[in-house]
Design a binder for this molecule. Structure first.
Ligand code: AKG
Length: 291
């Protein structure tokens, strides 16, 4: 499995993010781009304006059905095999396990479309809610949780809905306050650029968020979150239909330990965890060839 280069390891430790160039092929970018247009017409989990902060509601379709409009769709795996296979695709998953170790689960899948709108200023936050933002692990610690954000749009300028980070903020106290709230224009913020197909990796504890999108086009991304096995996932348990289509490694990443829950499960890993995460059987050999 691929490992971080020395330069990537250094940037991860100091800045708190790395950009993996062309993690998706142009064909994959085209496919997922079209999938985002398709799935916004389908039922799914979308932000719930009436619910508590960060909670989602099951809607018949995205509120905005225009492919260039806003969408924040959660729980993607059932929409196509390609979403499922992205969870442990090389090189991103290799790098994720190099960073997090083998005791990991997939904790969330998400597709976000940021429409053209120069009036929307963007925002800045950490991931994982109120408690996780108060925890900063040390320089040599494995992260508790991290994310891979795949760009489906070229971001070659600033204010194009850029993913914006405060480098090093995963390691130090940060002005976590409602007013004046830190934002993408606060000194120290860096608007990242990249090409469609690149993937940005960062821990939940890094202060980050989208910039405004003053470009004429929507910015599209898909995001896969991973956390240590003993933490909770954002997404609900996968359905049997999804699990049936998984390799052993994918099932493990979705929390299937290979036995029913018993006290101690997830805090202590199955004995084959390291082998399963390192690769193990393919879907063909485990399920008689039905991909
Ligand atoms: O750039 C975006 O659309 C938001 C991404 C983000 O903030 C996140 O994944 O938590």
């Amino acid at each position: 499995m691929q490992k971080l280069t020395k330069a990537q390891r250094e940037q991860w430790a100091i800045d708190g993010y790395i950009r993996v160039e062309q993690a998706l092929s142009p064909e994959q970018v085209e496919f997922f781009d079209a999938e985002l247009d398709r799935i916004r017409q389908l039922p799914g989990w979308e932000p719930n304006p009436d619910g508590p902060l960060g909670h989602y509601a099951w809607l018949d379709h995205a509120v905005d059905r225009d492919p260039e409009g806003f969408m924040d769709r959660r729980v993607l795996l059932h929409y196509d095999q390609a979403f499922l296979d992205l969870m442990d695709a090389s090189p991103v998953f290799d790098l994720i396990t190099d960073i997090m170790g083998p005791y990991v689960v997939l904790s969330m899948t998400q597709a976000i479309v940021r429409p053209s709108n120069p009036k929307w200023p963007g925002y800045t936050h950490t991931d994982g809610g109120e408690a996780l933002r108060r925890i900063r692990v040390t320089e040599t610690s494995l992260p508790l949780a991290m994310k891979g954000m795949y760009l489906l749009s070229d971001i070659t300028d600033e204010d194009c809905g850029n993913f914006t980070v405060f480098p090093g903020s995963h390691m130090r106290p940060f002005p976590d306050r409602p007013y004046p709230a830190p934002g993408p224009k606060t000194p120290g913020a860096v608007q990242l650029k990249g090409k469609a197909g690149d993937c940005i990796l960062f821990p939940h504890s890094l202060w980050h968020g989208p910039s405004m999108n003053a470009s004429p086009r929507a910015r599209k991304t898909i995001l896969y979150n991973y956390c240590q096995l003993f933490l909770r996932t954002y997404d609900p348990e996968p359905t049997p239909e999804v699990l049936e289509r998984c390799t052993p490694r994918q099932r493990r990443l979705l929390g299937d330990l290979g036995y029913d829950f018993r006290p101690g499960s997830y805090f202590y890993a199955p004995t084959d965890q390291v082998d399963v995460i390192a690769g193990g059987e393919s879907r063909e050999s485990s399920q008689g060839g039905s991909a």
